[in-house]
Design a protein around this ligand. Structure first.
Ligand SMILES: [Zn+2]
Length: 353
């Protein structure tokens, strides 16, 4: 059984509404989707949250004949070749699902960003994203989790545009301390941090990320932020409510920290999925061992026994246990199953025979 890790705990893979959406190829292109009306306010909010400069990229609506993928290109004005500027109409068409745009992180005029994003798309991506999310919330930062095909994106919104190099220093430092691999530092798999550059040339573009809430052309569906209803209106309202990171906070977080280096990532990774598969087969009922849990959504939530050994998790909400199948549980601080079992006096190795 697949489980699906969420901001609030763990839940079953794919809510029914998502499954429904994945059926029917090219339904967006055929316009069969019941169209949500995109109000001018939504467009304004979207621009305020995500758009940092007029240039953007556009995802091809036709797949490449050989790879089948939909590549991004920079739309240029006929004649001058200057980049086409992003308008309100562009945003509306993106949110309507008619086109899909990519948004650049850095504005070269000031080398600043409106957002920081962490892109993770590999086997243990969600585990790493949730580790990062948990760690960020300990700093009082509120990252929004956008789902994608294999993993997702964490978006951190900024109170006002902040220097790209400072944002990068912060995220890289946190990833390093958590042992989360960063792609491009000698590793093929790992998170990608946007912005990808400390600064860019005046006429350069830097890196772009798919604009949230649009249709992912390769997957032929939308991906949503976890935590709000699956309408553009509800999603924007949800994102508007996130606390924005301030310049003062960011400066405090990175004071005395080293700048990201090319090879600062851990080389070895444990196989968490293998661990999960093995543990799931064991007849061990965690609810018989932990403090009386409370119900939060689809999960029981209680103090993590492994955290408790260290005097942590005093608020008693690190451990989430899936109500429907308590064989599935997860500590937000990142304690491995083996650590939790050992803390309960039921180490996993005792049952292997
Ligand atoms: Zn724990």
């Amino acid at each position: 059984m697949d489980i699906y890790y969420t901001q609030y705990g763990i839940s079953e893979k794919q809510p029914r509404s998502l499954k429904r959406q994945t059926k029917g190829k090219a339904r967006y292109a055929r316009g069969k989707e019941t169209k949500e009306v995109i109000s001018p306010q939504i467009i304004q909010d979207y621009r305020r949250l995500f758009v940092n400069r007029p240039a953007y990229t556009l995802q091809s609506t036709r797949p490449h004949p050989e790879t089948g993928r939909h590549y991004y290109f920079t739309p240029k004005k006929v004649g001058t070749g200057a980049p086409v500027e992003l308008t309100e109409s562009t945003i509306r068409r993106h949110l309507d699902g008619e086109i899909t745009i990519g948004l650049y992180a850095i504005n070269p005029d000031n080398q600043r960003c409106k957002w920081l994003a962490i892109d993770a798309d590999y086997q243990n991506a969600m585990e790493d994203l949730l580790k990062l999310q948990y760690r960020l919330t300990q700093d009082g930062v509120e990252p929004a989790l956008e789902l994608s095909r294999r993993g997702g994106h964490l978006w951190i919104f900024l109170a006002r545009p902040l220097l790209a190099k400072d944002g990068r220093a912060y995220i890289h430092d946190i990833a390093l301390r958590l042992g989360v691999p960063v792609k491009g530092s000698g590793l093929r798999e790992g998170i990608e941090v946007f912005p990808k550059h400390d600064s860019i040339e005046p006429d350069a573009f830097g890196s772009a990320l798919r604009g949230p809430l649009g249709v992912h052309r390769d997957a032929n569906r939308r991906f949503w932020f976890h935590g709000a209803d699956y309408t553009v209106d509800a999603q924007i309202a949800y994102l508007n409510g996130f606390r924005k990171l301030t310049e003062r906070e960011l400066e405090k977080f990175i004071a005395g920290k080293e700048r990201p280096k090319p090879d600062n990532s851990p080389q070895e990774r444990s196989t968490a999925s293998g661990r999960r598969a093995r543990t799931a087969r064991l007849e061990f009922r965690i609810l018989e061992y932990v403090a009386p849990p409370r119900k939060v959504g689809r999960n029981y939530v209680t103090r993590c026994p492994s955290c408790a050994e260290l005097g942590h998790d005093r608020s008693g909400d690190n451990l989430a246990i899936l109500i429907r199948d308590p064989r599935f549980y997860k500590c937000w601080a990142g304690c491995a199953k083996e650590m939790i079992r050992a803390a309960l006096g039921r180490p996993t190795y005792m049952e292997i025979a």
